[in-house]
Design a protein around this ligand. Sequence first.
Ligand SMILES: [Zn+2]
Length: 307
Amino acid sequence: MRIKLLGTAAGGAFPQWNCACRNCRSLRKGSFAGKPRSQLQVAISQNDKSWYLLNASPDIRSQLERDPVFYPRRQVRSTPIAGIVLTSADLDQVLGLLTLREFEQFRIYATPTLQRILREDNSMFAALNRVPGQVTWVDIAPGERFSLVSKKGEAELCCTPVPLKEHAPSYISHQRRLELKDEELLLGLTIETAAGRRLGYFPAICEISQEIMKMLAGIDVILFDGTFWSNNELQGVRATAPMAREIGHLPVSGAEGSLERLAGLKARKIYVHVNNTNPLLNEAGREYRQVRAAGWEVAEDGWEFEL
Ligand SMILES: [Zn+2]
């Protein structure tokens, strides 16, 4: 399987348009020891012909344009993108779908709950189904394996959605929230190659249960939530901001942080979805040195590798 990291930042990207935190300010001045990043976007392929996207970032248009592998091939209007798997309805994970509305045929794999949020509560997403045979929505369920299917109908990579402790996007009304299935709101994913190699995709996770620990033991490469370094990180930019855990992200540092909790994992470990406030972005800083010394990598836009 080929894996491309087209974008690696959390919502807002780096730098963020309205942010003058230490990182964003320093990057704009040209004095930052680190790289700018677009919002998280991962693409995978078994054969370099059919591509599958994990979620759809608001930056997707420029991310796809930067890599010729995603250009139309045979017909004037076409795409090698065969499908998109959704793991949440967070805006930084779904807004890109609206950019992909130009009458293309592809599949969107999502739980009924996520489909309901997008298709029943947000009428703009009807743009994906303006003509017959445009987007096909495919139901998926937590814990149930499914195949990513090419446009010719061939089953390619095998995916298993992992239910995570729920976190609902803030734009959902209180009333609607009560009607939704908790276990269908937020997923991690494992993706398996024909040879049995496994990629883990967990860009938003606020609790690592024993079950998840067990599952992670069988993963070869993990893309993990690196949104925040510390639980109170956002309060550095806005005093009334919520804690990292309250908005669904386990911090990297601290006694219960991912760095410590996942120290024993044998997988290649890569932090993704890194927020612009995170000191990890500074490659001259002690936080960056600490995670690198612990065997973690901090994803950068444009990375790609084989699994
Ligand atoms: Zn910032």
